[in-house]
Design a binder for this molecule. Sequence first.
Ligand code: PMP
Length: 305
Amino acid sequence: MDDRDGKIWMDGQMVDWRDAKIHVLTHTLHYGCGAFEGVRAYNTVNGTAIFRLREHTERLFNSAKILRMKMPYAFDEVVEAQKAVVRENNLESCYLRPLVWIGSEKLGVSPKGNTIHVMIAAWPWGAYLGEEGLKRGIRVKTSSYTRHHVNITMTQAKAVSNYTNSILANMEATDEGYDEAMLLDSAGFVSEGAGENLFIIKDGVIYTPDLSAGALNGITRNTVFHIARDLGLEIVQKRITRDEVYICDEAFFTGTAAEVTPIRELDRIELGAGSRGPITEKIQSAFFDIVNGRNAKYAEWLSKV
Ligand code: PMP
């Protein structure tokens, strides 16, 4: 990943991809206090545009705030830098990865006095859980790892350190032949996927865990709320049990990387008809219309680069 052509925005400069380096004594590398985002740009009918750029940038700033890291750049600078990275790398569609980290001035647990840094990289990235997964649905395992409790790590921050939990859950699930993990919260209720929010559908109503289950406030999750409203479907945020998922009619994951990915199996139990459900398909299709600029109602969610 480090050996390729292109530019990475690093602390205000466009740096050659291979030269975008940090010191091994970087504080974040040792203690995991850092914040990041995952953003996508689509090759829309009106040209390349970044989807919900302001919302992603707001979440990045909020994550930094929660982690007590003072952002060294203004909001609009970070917005413009993301557009510039897509342009500089001549990307038609891509994934963007902004990251905020703490510098290497000193290495006690306390980062007080250390500098804060920002970088933004972008590269082409297809369907996160596979093209086949988008069509047929994926196979998911309930993780043996519990999702973070809301007062252990800060679950509304997209914090670097939160992802050790995601990595363990994903590796466990994929080692056992599944596509992704579903994590329960510390009380045993459904929280989210390793890198996705979860939705189930039962008798025409859509349910998703409320954020007190430790799930990230996903921007795709919010997009699905808008889509459901447009389709006249009810969405309820509530505590969900693992067995409610077993007996749902349809289920899907959402995320910037995962987009809208149907779930066809949980713990080897077929969900509904065991394929992409009809409501999921409608939501997925509405989602791809929006991100590709085919729904004028949401034109303001697409920032041209
Ligand atoms: N939960 C977790 C743990 C994630 O990493 C992500 C991906 N950012 C999501 C949910 C989905 O969030 P979004 O739709 O904003 O990408």
